[in-house]
Write a protein that binds this ligand. Structure first.
Ligand SMILES: [Cu+2]
Length: 509
């Protein structure tokens, strides 16, 4: 597929401006007229203001030589310094911590040698703030984001979204967490501060000089999705942490490009799931294993008070390819036991156990009722396919920045059922984690396939990514609220997204 050049981009945005002239956003018109939003709006009075740069850096990941990475870093211009932190481990994954209802301004600077733009994954924001590739900015340019944080408490994240280059940029290190808290979460009484641990799971391959190795050029590799030879947690090869003998909240996030993980505790105890992509569940659930597809998050409660001082307990992972092959034994690292490998080890401290209680009630979901769906009996259907070097949705690739098919227009304020169909009777049979921008949906049904990974699915709660196995059809329920404009839906195997398995949908007034 041809990359989209600047001329096509400008043609596209002009067409968008015409398309949306009747009641739509005038922002595209601004883009078409060559006015990137590089300046802050004077009457937007933010609670939090940050500078965020995408830049090239050298960090220490493996023993010996440093590794050249692309990374986000930033500074707090307004707000508490704690708004911007970093993961433990290598410390190169930034974490933005905000409250629901706050107004935030982020001055993004592109210091990379190529175009980029930031997408706030899972956040409900106006079109111009969503990081659509039509807004990608050139090296040296700036893009100012301003929005109100309108999401419930949860583990969201951010990453680049320039068309055709997302895989490359994410892989080289451009990922950050965006954690939202709110009063409902406060009331749940969950572990916080140093007992609230984000764990970013990513796989990477390194050459003999400790440099990252990614896809050379081959289309076949993009079709397969890139899987690294080593699994990192928070940017480190051998993640270990001393933990006090009390309850912890682990925010597990699959930040890999293509690999699916099946997670379990080394001592065989079940995982206690308390949240998914869009925040806390209503009540805790237990699972023997958890399946996390790329971009999915799972909040897990664990009580280390149940362990003796000095005991070690590990989070173990099996790595699965999108073709549903277990690749754990093809990856490097300590020997796998029972098919899984320890990716994060917790050494329980020597102090006395601190009593804590797993809250029986965690949150209340926003109302989203199947009875309200305008297409309840006839879902909007999206067929995934992989053939001829392209990854397609309903036979279409992402070829123009503003293209919207008839089946991709929805009405503001309506509730709909969408069905992601992975029938794959021809072409390559692969699992696809489908992501919808601008909203959180509910998973309301699956049929057609079952696999060892199915038992660990995290379909509960509010979701923005759902894994669809080959042969499977998954139905989701969603409401288009507050914002009109063009948003994306796509496979979150980022190589698939880059080769076309991404489309626009248009929310019309
Ligand atoms: Cu895919």
């Amino acid at each position: 597929m041809c990359p989209i050049d600047r001329r096509q981009f400008l043609q596209g945005t002009t067409a968008s401006a015409l398309l949306m002239a009747s009641g739509g956003s005038g922002l595209l018109a601004a883009a078409a007229q060559g006015m990137p939003p590089a300046e802050a709006t004077p009457d937007f009075n933010p609670d939090i203001e940050l500078e965020l740069d995408a830049d090239i850096d050298e960090i220490s990941i493996l023993p010996g030589d440093t590794t050249r990475v692309w990374r986000y870093s930033g500074r707090v211009l307004r707000g508490r310094p704690q708004v911007l932190g970093a993961s433990d481990g290598s410390g190169h994954i930034p974490i933005i911590r905000v409250r629901r209802g706050q107004k935030i301004r982020i001055r993004f600077s592109n210091r990379l040698p190529e175009e980029s733009i930031v997408h706030w994954h899972g956040l409900h924001v106006p079109q111009r703030m969503d990081g659509h590739p039509m807004y990608a900015i050139a090296p040296g340019k700036r893009y100012v984001y301003e929005f109100v944080i309108d999401n419930r408490a949860g583990t969201y994240w951010f990453h680049p979204h320039p068309h055709g280059r997302t895989g490359h940029q994410v892989y080289h290190g451009l990922t950050g967490l965006f954690l939202v808290s709110d009063e409902e979460e406060d009331a749940a009484g969950l572990p916080r501060d140093e007992l609230d641990l984000p764990l970013v799971i990513q796989d990477r391959s390194f050459n003999a000089g400790n440099q990252l190795v990614y896809i050379a050029a081959g289309m076949r590799e993009r079709m397969m999705g890139f899987m690294g030879r080593q699994v990192l947690v928070n940017g480190t090869m051998d993640y270990q942490r001393m933990v006090p003998r009390t309850a912890h909240r682990l925010r597990l996030f699959n930040g890999s490009n293509a690999t699916l993980y099946r997670l379990r505790w080394s001592d065989g105890k079940p995982l206690t799931l308390i949240g998914t992509d869009g925040g806390l569940l209503e009540r805790p659930l237990t699972r023997e294993t958890l399946t996390l597809a790329p971009a999915e998050r799972a909040d897990v409660w664990v009580d280390f008070a149940a362990h003796a001082p000095g005991e070690e307990i590990a989070l173990e992972a099996e790595s699965w390819s999108p073709m549903l092959v277990n690749i754990t034994n093809m990856q490097d690292g300590a020997p796998a036991t029972r098919g899984a490998r320890a990716i994060a080890r917790f050494r329980v401290g020597s102090g006395g156990a601190r009593q804590t209680r797993l809250p029986p009630h965690l949150s209340t979901y926003p109302a989203l009722r199947i009875e309200d769906a305008v297409n309840r009996g006839k879902p909007r259907s999206f067929q995934m396919s992989m053939m001829g070097g392209q990854a397609l949705l309903n036979g279409r690739a992402f070829t123009r920045m503003d293209e919207v098919a008839d089946n991709e227009r929805v009405r503001l304020g309506t509730t709909e059922v969408w069905e992601f169909a992975n029938d794959a009777s021809f072409g390559m049979r692969m699992a696809h984690p489908m992501h919808v921008h601008n909203l959180q949906f509910r998973v309301i049904g699956r049929r057609g396939a079952s696999h060892a990974l199915s038992a660990g699915f995290t379909d509960e709660g509010l979701k923005d990514v759902v894994l669809v196995l080959p042969g499977e059809r998954v139905r989701v329920l969603m409401k288009f609220e507050n914002h009109t404009g063009i948003y994306l839906y796509h496979c979150h195997i980022v190589e698939h997204e880059d080769i076309g398995m991404m489309r626009n949908y248009l929310v019309q007034a």
